[in-house]
Design a protein around this ligand. Structure first.
Ligand SMILES: Cc1ncc(COP(=O)(O)O)c(C=O)c1O
Length: 477
């Protein structure tokens, strides 16, 4: 493809994206295709000879387009949002076209220094104190893995990397039973194992119980294990649980443990000063992850890891073979030492475009709207005799159960209610009008309704709630 052709097709591609955004509301939210249908429709090996773009795009339209689940849809209320915004997509396109590989300062001073600048902007925007420094990772899962490796090495006095873990006291990490599965995965990869991850019990509002944490740490020490760190959740996935970070941080301080805060989703809300009390004590953490690709107008992937003492992370992850010694490797920031992969994309560009083009005040307004609409939805659910809140609402996540009259939610009808709620979710999602996620609350099936798309307006929330009620009624017909 020569540059003239690229230019012509590139313009078409931007039109295609803009058309998609303009028409997305008319699409089903969740793809309606059957599993395996796309694989079956495509050849099983790459073509030997070049194919024209007209032909490729015709196949895209026919085979792949129906297989899109439409994340930017204004009635996408599943999982947590994975936002896109026009300026961030422009940054993504430019970044891809520039082909920057930011593994060293020298291989892209622009990417590395803009990363430092945007991370400082973001740190100040969420109210983290001076001293914290940030880097952009692909995902919260990677950021948490880095934090766990750092906490392990710190606890082992930096001997795990050179010696391996065998023959050493067993390092232990603590998180609540509500914490995201990325913590379990990181514990496995970082050598804690399932047996080295303690799930601390939660209270009636799904927050980690600090006294239980304290006791577990003392028991582990008494058993000759090596408590290494704690992961506190600021907005866990199931019901949005927010651990009492202040109390947890004090325990971490008393036991000299590393504290990582998983704020992948809710961390974005800290751009609004009124939500910061929910994260009181966060300045005492050693690290915190938040995903601008969730709720901060930046398309996937863009995850910000902040650390109070970058030296701890660097000491745990730094490797400098001869071929990486370069200008800037002494002065930094050399972010390859803050993460797992060597190769790094120019992600700061899309974040910079988005933060500049929206400005923080518009972003705060978006988040405040989402939270206010969720509060309104919560009130509607509470007022509806056939529905019940399954957990306290957190910011823009509300979790409920369908509890029609005649079935006793507290009693013997729980299994029948689980079946009914499963059918409700399945019918809603296969219908395509809106998209919600199933979860378990106290082992009972519940429905998550998570508001966070830039495209969502107040009316979409109301329409989706009305739809939930209609589908619920139809279950009895
Ligand atoms: C609380 C929480 N932590 C971590 C993650 C993992 O995020 P990522 O996909 O960036 O690894 C999620 C994903 O939704 C999450 O909700």
């Amino acid at each position: 493809m020569n540059t003239d052709e690229f230019r012509r097709l590139g313009h078409q591609m931007v039109d295609r994206i803009a058309d998609y955004w303009e028409g997305v509301e008319e699409r089903p939210v969740r793809s309606q295709v059957k599993p395996g249908s796309i694989i079956a429709a495509l050849p099983d090996q790459a073509p030997e000879n070049p194919e024209g773009f007209a032909e490729i795009l015709a196949d895209y339209d026919r085979i792949l387009d129906p297989g899109l689940t439409n994340w930017p849809h204004p009635r996408f209320f599943a999982y947590f949002p994975a936002n896109i915004s026009p300026p961030s997509v422009l940054g993504e396109i430019l970044s891809a076209g520039l082909g920057q590989q930011a593994m060293l300062w020298e291989t892209s001073p622009a990417a590395n220094e803009l990363e430092a600048v945007t991370m400082t902007w973001l740190r100040k925007a969420i109210g983290l104190p001076d001293g914290f420094e940030g880097t952009i990772q692909d995902s919260a899962s990677t950021a948490t893995l880095c934090a766990l490796i750092a906490m392990r090495e710190r606890a082992l006095d930096w001997s795990g990397n050179p010696d391996g873990l065998s023959g050493k006291p067993k390092p232990i990490v603590y998180s609540s039973a509500q914490a995201h599965s990325s913590i379990d995965k990181a514990a496995r990869i970082a050598g804690f194992g399932d047996a080295g991850l303690r799930h601390v019990p939660v209270d009636a509002t799904f927050r980690m119980i600090p006294e239980a944490l304290d006791e577990m740490i003392a028991e582990d020490r008494a058993a000759g294990h090596l408590p290494a760190g704690i992961v506190a959740s600021f907005g866990a996935t199931g019901v949005g649980a927010i651990d009492p970070i202040d109390a947890v941080a004090d325990i971490a301080g008393r036991h000299d443990l590393f504290l990582h805060v998983d704020a992948a989703w809710a961390g974005s809300a800290l751009v609004c000063p009124e939500f910061r009390p929910l994260a009181a004590g966060v300045e005492k953490a050693h690290s915190l992850v938040l995903n601008p690709h969730k709720w901060l107008v930046t398309n996937f992937d863009c995850s910000a890891l902040f650390v109070r003492d970058p030296q701890v992370l660097r000491k745990a992850l730094s490797i400098l073979p001869a071929y990486l010694v370069s200008e800037g490797s002494e002065t930094g920031p050399e972010y390859r030492d803050w993460t797992i992969p060597l190769g790094r994309r120019f992600r700061a560009l899309k974040l910079w475009f988005a933060l500049r083009n929206y400005g923080m005040e518009a972003i705060r307004t978006m988040i405040r709207d989402h939270v206010a609409w969720t509060g309104e939805l919560e009130a509607l659910i509470e007022a509806e005799p056939d529905f019940a809140l399954a957990a306290p609402r957190v910011l823009s996540l509300v979790v409920f159960r369908y509890t029609p009259e005649g079935l006793d939610p507290a009693g013997l009808d729980n299994e029948a209610l689980d079946t009914l709620n499963d059918r409700l979710i399945a019918d809603i999602n296969s219908g395509g009008f809106t998209y919600l996620t199933r979860t378990l609350v106290d082992n009972r099936v519940a429905v998550r309704f998570s508001i966070g798309n830039l495209t969502t307006e107040h009316r979409h929330v109301i329409e989706a709630w009305e739809h939930v009620r209609t589908v619920a009624k139809s279950l009895h017909g």
